[in-house]
Design a protein around this ligand. Structure first.
Ligand code: SAM
Length: 277
């Protein structure tokens, strides 16, 4: 009986995702089912709807409810200099590789509210490389992207971000890069001069530029294996020969067919290199 209930629930979820895709063009059909189920159950409880069948009807008929669901399904947790040891590796080993190019293009895919992008901009500035870079910072969540463009974060996080920055090998003080009002840190405008923020859906949109480095951290963790294969193929298509892919600490190319097309450059920090062929 229990199995049957779960089977019906999974079918309802599949129909719900199909409906969202057909009505709004957002494709969550190959996200990890465990993640989708958790988030949808949470919304079900809050909304007072009886089941996912009722939720399907509501999402199809109410745009606002769909927007809410979109926010539920996109997890925007992030921080500046997240995993400082990985940033230290980037500073010491990846920057010298990037320096060999006359002009460097970097794609932050799934940049959320932008903390990761400003961290990279600070690192590049300290290494004297920022003026020679173009950073594409993309996400499909427009609320998050707006915050990323603004670069304004709660001041209560400053202490932790500063600690991360120092551990990552920062050469100055993080406070050199922002001013404050009572409750916020406001990142300095020069850090975003080389950044293009853009709405881009990794599942449904295509590659837009050849880049030397793709940073996609803590995003594919929400995708099933088939979708991971496809997204990593997109990154492969986007990277120049020998280009680098930097993933989140719990993500990997292991066990995926596409893994053959990349070499492990710094496996502990999840930095991979596109094979020359
Ligand atoms: C947990 S955040 C990671 C933020 C940052 N990269 C980091 O590691 O701190 C995941 C981000 O991926 C974005 N995302 C999820 N699915 C996406 C998709 N199909 N296309 C673009 N962005 C997506 C979410 O909106 C969210 O902002």
């Amino acid at each position: 009986m229990k199995d049957e209930i779960k089977e019906i629930e999974d079918l309802e979820i599949a129909l719900l995702l199909e409906g969202v895709y057909r009505r709004y063009g957002y494709d969550f059909r190959d996200y990890s089912l465990a993640h989708i189920r958790r988030r949808l159950r949470h919304r079900l409880e809050l909304s007072g709807l009886v089941d996912f069948g009722a939720m399907l009807h509501r999402v199809l008929s109410e745009r606002d409810f769909f927007e809410q669901l979109l926010r539920d399904l996109s997890i925007n947790v992030t921080e500046m200099f997240r995993d400082p040891a990985a940033y230290r590796r980037v500073r010491r080993e990846v920057i010298p590789l990037l320096r060999t190019y006359p002009f460097v293009k970097i794609w932050h895919a799934g940049c959320a509210t932008g903390e990761e992008v400003y961290s990279m901009a600070i690192l590049l500035e300290e290494e004297g490389l920022l003026p020679r870079c173009r950073i594409y910072a993309t996400d499909f969540n427009q609320v998050a992207l707006k915050k990323a463009r603004e670069g304004i974060y709660p001041l209560e996080f400053a202490r932790q971000y500063s600690a991360n920055y120092q551990k990552s090998g920062g050469r100055a003080s993080l406070s050199d890069y922002y001013r404050t009002d009572n409750e916020h840190m406001l990142l300095k405008g020069r850090l975003r001069e080389q950044v293009v923020f853009a709405d881009h859906n990794l599942v449904t949109d295509s590659v837009f530029s050849e880049v030397q480095l793709v940073v996609c951290r803590n995003v594919v963790i929400y995708f099933n294996r088939d979708l991971q294969e496809r997204i990593f193929q997109t990154f492969h298509d986007s990277l120049c020969p020998g280009g680098l892919l930097w993933l989140g600490s719990k993500e990997s190319l292991k066990l995926l067919r596409i893994g053959e097309k990349f070499g492990d450059l710094y496996p502990d920090e999840k930095i991979f290199k596109k094979r020359l062929q």
